[in-house]
Design a binder for this molecule. Structure first.
Ligand code: ZN
Length: 101
């Protein structure tokens, strides 16, 4: 994990209110770094209605069509995402109490 975003020269902003954050400050500029990891349900999909080889071929064709329509990036985003955000103190406390709001 790189800490580039914390040492970069560009100002660090609160992802919620846009306030400039001051690394190393303990008063007004105090902020929190929040790492979010999101996984798709890892359970393999239940395949139903397969009774013959033709059914399996149809399923695979369908799957291939679905894959063609999505970019590699979209497919990755469907499965796994990780992001790091920074929040100022006034934004952090209400957010961490109710992150799914
Ligand atoms: Zn904020």
């Amino acid at each position: 994990m790189s800490t580039r975003e914390l040492t970069d020269d560009s100002p660090l902003l609160c992802h919620r209110c846009g306030k400039i954050l001051a690394p190393g400050s303990t008063s007004d500029g105090a902020f929190f770094v929040v790492r979010i990891e999101a996984f798709a349900d890892p359970t393999p999909p239940a395949i139903t209605g397969i009774e013959s080889l033709a059914d399996i071929e149809r399923e695979i064709d369908q799957l291939m069509d679905d894959l063609d329509e999505k970019s590699e990036r979209e497919l990755m985003d469907d499965v796994y995402r990780r992001l790091t955000i920074t929040l100022c103190r006034p934004c952090y406390h209400p957010w961490i109490d109710n992150p799914a709001e």
